[in-house]
Design a binder for this molecule. Structure first.
Ligand code: SAH
Length: 229
């Protein structure tokens, strides 16, 4: 998979992809993330990428020209499955959407800044709009990193234990069960007996029951969906 992120602050995105699991995905050649500085596509000597809003009001708006030129340049090289704009009013990201995007070959992600992008970008250049939650960030970079991380970790070979993404929260409509590691007892706080029993069937049942209990308690909305499916 290849992900191209268009941004005015590429520095913000250098960290997340240069360590840990995202780096491993790149080193193994499973996922490439390329950062594109929108200023390189500016048409003036000041490298400007924004302008005042028509009609007045506070805040600058990202211009369509540089964004269009950047997307066109990328599309000349290869075909893209989606051009995604990160936006607080987009479709809210969830595991189902991450799963869906993990099956794609090439994605463009556009991170906005300031007041957002000229509406014509959204109407004519973007194929999908995604929000990471009902709050407003100062830029789309962190949201783009969240999206890319949630997708890349699902690609086969990225996680060490391939089954591990499958047992995460949300994959089966339930939250993940509690996990423990050594020591078996700390300050008198004990790890549940069943997990130390070696009884694999019993452990599997316990984990499932805990998942159901946890979902019922913490996310009644998810539980309702799970129990009605
Ligand atoms: N004026 C816009 C917010 C602009 S915030 C509005 O009220 O809707 C600047 C940029 O940050 C946006 O263009 C978007 O790319 C990004 N952003 C902010 N919050 C976000 C969120 N919850 N999810 C995804 N992207 C977000």
């Amino acid at each position: 998979m290849r992900i191209d992120i268009i941004t005015v602050v590429p520095e913000l995105l250098e960290g997340p992809f240069s360590a840990s699991i995202m780096k491993r995905a790149a080193d193994k050649g499973i996922a490439e993330v390329h950062l594109h500085n929108l200023r390189d596509y500016s048409s003036d000597n000041y490298n400007s990428v924004d302008d005042y809003a028509f009609g007045g009001g506070a805040g600058m708006v990202m211009s369509i020209g540089p964004i269009d030129r950047c997307i066109k340049t990328l599309k000349e090289e290869r075909k893209y499955d989606e051009v995604i704009y990160m936006s607080p009013d987009g479709h809210q990201l969830d595991q189902a959407l991450s799963n869906q995007l993990s099956l794609k070959e090439n994605l463009i992600i556009l991170a906005g800044h300031y007041k957002g992008v000229d509406e014509r970008v959204r109407e004519h250049l973007v194929t999908m709009e995604i929000s990471i939650g009902d709050y407003v960030l100062s830029g789309g970079e962190l949201a783009a990193a969240v999206l890319a991380d949630s997708v890349i970790r699902l690609l086969p070979g990225v996680l060490n234990d391939e089954t591990s993404a499958l047992t995460d929260s949300f994959q089966d409509g339930l939250l993940a069960p509690p996990v423990y590691t050594r020591p078996a007892e700390y300050n008198g706080w004990e790890v549940p007996e069943i997990l130390r029993s070696g009884n694999l069937k019993g452990i599997e049942q316990w984990r499932h029951d805990q998942s159901v209990e946890r979902t019922k308690k913490k996310r009644p909305d998810l539980y309702k969906k799970y129990s009605s499916d």
